[in-house]
Design a protein around this ligand. Structure first.
Ligand SMILES: [Zn+2]
Ligand SMILES: [Zn+2]
Length: 479
């Protein structure tokens, strides 16, 4: 039998995009289809936009099978490629990265189009679906049910484990396979790596086979909306991303929590892209440091610090957001682990790393070599570490202690509380400890940074901040 082809043409205006930035195109799949292909292109009036290339418009692609495509209850998610690919194919056993192989169920499927950007003059989109008849031999179960990713202890024992919580493969808009990404993570000496491709879970099954005693791989997804991005770590199924309102992003976060996963706001800074929802959705964490520090991370760290001052306690994390390309064995200044997130965990396992993040037992350093931080506090018999709360009786004196390993002489150790900078001291050498006492009179928090001596006063010129390492706070509660 011959292949069957359907072609769909749409004209979109910027007004259409404002009304609804997603559109579903239904098409029917009969029994006995062995291969399904979708090809699309979009064209603005002024120029032809090749998919993935700069043009006046950007249109994204996804796919749902007949099990459902409704907002928040879609059971039929089969893949998402953003604007990274102009052509995708599915068979029962294979799929384009970003998409899930599995049964090509007969019934009504939907092509999902996402309108990231529509040129003022409008945009023409052409979608072509090709169905190739044949038997569905060797159907895998990959598209059915929750994805099985084994949870096991990779390494025993409590320790500070170092890793990266944000990166991409060819399952979204990077070019490298998971295997290449993992090679770089090992070369960087990382203990854990959360792989967070955009809006898909097609990379999850591969993570199991690449995890080993020296490297824990954590399934992640970067929920990529038109109003901001958030990482979810430790989920097991696909999560809704077609959300526009504050209420909807809260619901995504609830769905993540229901799976025991963590939800973290990504790169809240101009060009990040920024977080434009009116709520943090009760995020567990904030990526206050994404990619090398100089990429406007003083803004992201300031976003997080504002949340602390408002009384919430999201954990500060870092993420390289590396879109992995070819790796020939040589490392550049911007790799996985730029920056590195250090987590104090009872063991190197997915469950314990996520528990450590949830507890705020985390600091971020510019790369896997450090600088390394210890930050503790004591009042009477009670001793805590970063992320913890210390209860202090009236008239209580709190003793703080910070150790910095791997910093250069002349860098500064800076302490920040609810009112801004509390003090700074010059770091005297490669293994530097500093202790101080605070007569605590009100609830507060204290966190530390290792910074370069700023070239301008930081309260007047926040962009003069250059950070080498930053801790989570110790929260002090009076009475
Ligand atoms: Zn992002
Ligand atoms: Zn990303």
């Amino acid at each position: 039998m011959e292949s069957v082809q359907h072609t769909y043409r749409l004209h979109l205006t910027a007004e259409d995009q404002r009304r609804n930035p997603y559109s579903l195109i239904p098409f029917d799949v009969p029994h006995r289809v062995a291969r399904l292909a979708v090809v699309y292109e979009f064209r603005s009036a002024l120029e032809v936009g090749r998919v993935g290339k700069e043009s006046g418009s950007v249109v994204d692609l996804g796919l749902f099978d007949p099990r459902g495509c409704d907002l928040f209850t879609a059971q039929g998610f089969r893949g998402w490629s953003g604007s990274a690919r102009s052509e995708v194919t599915l068979t029962p056993t294979q799929a384009t990265p970003g998409y899930l192989p599995g049964p090509l169920y007969p019934g009504t499927w939907h092509v999902l189009l996402g309108f990231s950007q529509i040129a003022p003059e409008g945009c023409d989109v052409t979608v072509q679906v090709t169905l190739t008849p044949g038997d569905q031999d060797g159907t895998s179960q990959a598209a059915d049910g929750p994805l099985s990713v084994s949870v096991r202890v990779v390494r025993d024992g409590p320790d500070w484990y170092r890793g990266d919580l944000h990166c991409h493969t060819h399952h979204s808009d990077a070019t490298a396979e998971v295997a290449t990404l993992v090679d770089v993570a090992r070369a960087q000496g990382l203990d854990f790596l959360a792989v967070t491709d955009h809006n898909t879970v097609s990379h999850f099954p591969e993570l199991v086979q690449h995890s080993g005693p020296d490297l824990l791989l954590i399934p992640g997804t970067e929920i990529t909306t038109h109003r901001g991005h958030a990482n979810v770590w430790g989920g097991r199924t696909w999560l809704e991303f077609r959300v526009c309102t504050d209420e909807e992003i809260r619901r995504v976060r609830e769905q993540a929590r229901d799976q025991g996963a963590l939800f973290s706001i990504n790169h809240p800074k101009e060009g990040g892209p920024d977080w434009q929802f009116g709520t943090t959705a009760g995020a567990d964490a904030v990526e206050g440091w994404q990619a090398p520090w100089w990429l406007s991370n003083h803004v992201s760290l300031g976003f997080w610090d504002r949340l602390l001052r408002e009384g919430t306690r999201p954990t500060l994390v870092g993420g390289s957001d590396k879109h992995q390309g070819p790796y020939d064995g040589s490392l550049s200044l911007y790799e996985l682990g730029t920056p590195t997130t250090w987590v104090y965990a009872r063991s190197l396992s997915e469950e314990e790393i996520l528990a450590g993040i949830r507890a705020g037992h985390v600091y971020v350093s510019q790369d896997p070599s450090g600088p390394r931080l210890e930050f503790t506090a004591q009042c009477g018999d009670e001793a805590v570490m970063m992320g913890d709360e210390l209860r202090v009786p009236p008239e209580g004196i709190v003793s703080f202690r910070c150790r910095v390993v791997g910093a250069e002489r002349g860098w500064l150790l800076r302490a920040i509380d609810m009112d801004g900078e509390a003090f700074h001291v010059a770091i005297a050498g490669a293994d530097f400890s500093y202790a101080w006492q605070v007569d605590v009179k009100a609830d507060n928090y204290l966190r530390v940074e290792v910074i370069e001596p700023p070239l301008a006063p930081l309260d007047e010129e926040p962009s003069a901040l250059f950070v080498f390492a930053a801790s989570n706070p110790i929260y002090v509660r009076c009475g």
